[in-house]
Write a protein that binds this ligand. Structure first.
Ligand code: SF4
Length: 184
């Protein structure tokens, strides 16, 4: 529990949210986690042409304790799953995950017993990036969308209120079958 949990809801907390969001989004440090062919495109994102450093991300960390973004680039084998989870657990809070490519997002074409059918079975995913492999520009776009998400993250009482509202909206929403286009 941080200081923001103790702040009363209102102007002060809103200001802290904006400053914390700006600081966090401007200094996201990725953990290197290339697993297959997608990793080549991830590495290309750091080259001078694409220049991931523009987002304050020039430092890809080889140690999870100094990283807060896991870019899962490539298919995740069953054997690698516990290792991935351990690295995620060792990363500092708050932390985010991008599933890069169809293999990381859903298993892709590897619909078999050896491959995890989506890394969200192992860790919570913030952004799913489609493509086989996604181009560096697509990864940059995903990172910018993640920056927006981080900037607009609510804290303390605001976050609890947001979660309650989301839960209420979910409970009030119609089942898929009753929605327009659903088969009754
Ligand atoms: S999505 Fe395509 S490029 Fe990426 S790991 Fe899977 S097969 Fe390789």
């Amino acid at each position: 529990m941080g200081l923001e949990e103790k702040l009363p809801s209102g102007f002060l907390l809103s200001t802290v949210e904006q400053v914390a969001g700006w600081a966090r989004r401007s200094s996201v440090w990725p953990a290197t986690f290339g697993l297959a062919c997608c990793a080549i495109e991830m590495m290309a994102t750091g080259d001078p042409r694409h220049d991931m450093a523009r987002g304050g991300m020039e430092r890809a960390s080889a140690t999870p304790r100094q990283a807060d973004l896991m870019i899962v680039a490539g298919r995740v084998s069953q054997k690698m799953a516990p290792v991935l989870r351990q690295i995620y657990d060792q990363m500092s809070e708050p932390k985010w995950v991008i599933a890069m490519g169809v293999c990381a997002s859903s298993g892709g074409m590897f619909n078999n017993y050896a491959i995890v059918q989506g890394v969200d079975h192992i860790v919570p995913v913030d952004i799913y990036l489609p493509g086989c492999p996604p181009r560096p520009e697509m990864l940059l776009d995903a990172i910018l969308k993640l920056h927006d998400k981080i900037q607009n993250t609510k804290l303390g009482p605001h976050r609890r209120k947001q979660i309650q509202e989301l839960e209420l909206a979910k409970m009030r929403s119609l089942p898929l079958l009753s929605q327009p286009g659903g088969k009754a």
